[in-house]
Design a protein around this ligand. Structure first.
Ligand code: HEC
Ligand code: HEC
Length: 209
């Protein structure tokens, strides 16, 4: 699959002067669209960016640049999210930046927002240990940071929904995650479904740092 045009399109998009103006937070730019969109987003991603639906990612505490990039990709149809079709069409670059800044500032505490400690069983401890070892061996932390809270264009994994992480990693490994950075398909290549399950379990159970 040829990913180059995707990145080219994004790079061109990000290089536009209108985007730069929006990112600088010029007071002349209205972000009313973002405020109008928030209740719509809340239906799926939660009122405070913490999703209660296992297949839908939480956005709270995601790096601003990651959310901003994904919103541009989704709006332009480069990353396909059928559930969000048309939803970002009327939003300006300034609106997307405003939404990204807002979500980045929200807090994600435990697994999918729950602060209750995960029940520990010998089986769950073994899976967490297996996931932690694999993440270390595969150097996931070099990009996602050793605490897995993400940085810049690299997403946060800590506290994300297990089901979302697992499904996403399977798609990435199999080269089926259209519009997403091909770096992840090469990183996950060769991993078994079971290994991806353990990784997802480990990350989803990580607490905030
Ligand atoms: C009907 C449900 C629904 C609504 C409403 C919705 N989304 Fe989404 N969104 C999803 C799903 C499902 C995904 C994950 C798609 C996938 O598997 O790649 C997603 C993914 C995302 C992502 C990428 C997150 C990541 O970790 O990769 C961002 C950012 C996002 N949505 C922002 C928004 C914003 C902002 C709004 C409001 C304007 C919104 N969404 C409205 C269902 C929804
Ligand atoms: C070289 C840097 C790099 C390494 C190493 C890396 N990642 Fe990533 N990862 C990224 C980037 C960049 C993205 C955003 C991809 C995109 O959508 O364009 C990402 C996205 C993801 C996502 C999607 C999250 C979401 O919210 O949509 C998951 C899950 C993930 N990585 C897991 C892992 C795991 C597990 C490892 C180790 C086996 C790993 N990554 C190693 C850079 C990296």
């Amino acid at each position: 699959m040829n990913r180059a045009p995707v990145w080219l399109a994004l790079a061109i998009c990000l290089a536009q002067p209108s985007w730069a103006g929006a990112a600088a937070g010029s007071t002349a730019v209205s972000t009313a669209g973002a405020d109008q969109a928030k209740p719509l987003c809340a239906a799926c991603h939660g009122a405070q960016g913490v999703s209660s639906i296992p297949a839908i990612p939480s956005l709270a505490g995601q790096p601003k640049v990651f959310v901003e990039n994904q919103l541009v990709m989704i709006r332009e149809g480069l990353r396909e999210v059928p559930a969000m079709t048309g939803m970002l069409d009327k939003l300006s670059d300034a609106d997307l930046t405003s939404l990204a800044t807002w979500y980045a500032g929200l807090k994600l505490d435990g697994p999918a927002g729950s602060t209750a400690p995960a029940p520990v069983t010998p089986q769950s401890s073994a899976r967490i240990a297996a996931g932690a070892t694999m993440a270390k061996q595969a150097l996931c932390g070099t990009c996602h940071l050793p605490t897995y809270v993400g940085q810049s264009q690299v997403p946060r994994l800590a506290g994300q929904h297990e089901e979302y992480l697992q499904q996403t990693m399977i798609l990435m490994r199999d080269g089926k995650a259209v519009g997403r950075d091909s770096i992840m398909s090469s990183t996950l290549r060769g991993m078994s479904d079971e290994q991806l399950r353990d990784l997802a379990y480990y990350f989803s159970n990580l607490r905030s740092f």
